[in-house]
Design a protein around this ligand. Structure first.
Ligand code: SF4
Ligand code: SF4
Length: 143
């Protein structure tokens, strides 16, 4: 493989199938996620908590409705997109896929948006290049 400049679309293009928003539990929200979601919804925090969150001790997750995240709508997908938790934004490009071939296969099997034609080696190579490109851009921004 050469040092071509890669695009995200080389490894992933979301099909908006919604599989990652299904299930009986959701990712948890850290403090920043909670604040961003409250700002995005434009509602008082108590109302957001009551209407949208499932709070178990210190763990804050989103409520489940009809076996999917409360914010998921069949025709439009995520209805809180810019206020979604960072883990939702990161999915499915979890760095653990670089370290573990089984993780790569498990995650790819659950996300049709990942390029199904690439081997783990090919995928990892491009993903690493993209992470490095992103890191360089961040450094340039901070200079
Ligand atoms: S917040 Fe949005 S992206 Fe995250 S699980 Fe809910 S509907 Fe899906
Ligand atoms: S499972 Fe993958 S392709 Fe489907 S909505 Fe989630 S990220 Fe997009």
């Amino acid at each position: 493989m050469n040092d071509t400049s890669y695009q995200l679309a080389d490894i992933f293009t979301c099909t908006r199938c919604g599989y990652c928003c299904q299930g009986e539990t959701t990712v948890s929200l850290d403090k920043d996620d909670q604040e961003r979601m409250i700002a995005e919804l434009g509602l008082p925090p108590e109302q957001v908590e009551k209407k949208y969150w499932r709070i178990t001790g210190a763990i804050v997750q989103m409520k489940i409705k009809d076996h999917h995240c409360i914010f998921y709508k069949k025709d439009t997908g995520c209805t809180v997109h810019t206020g979604r938790p960072w883990r939702c934004g990161q999915w499915p490009l979890h760095p653990s896929m670089l370290a573990d071939k089984n993780n790569f296969h498990t995650i790819r099997a659950s996300c049709p948006g990942l390029n199904q034609a690439l081997s783990w080696k090919e995928f990892s190579y491009i993903f690493k290049q993209l992470l490095e490109q992103k890191e360089k851009q961040m450094k340039q921004l901070l200079c």
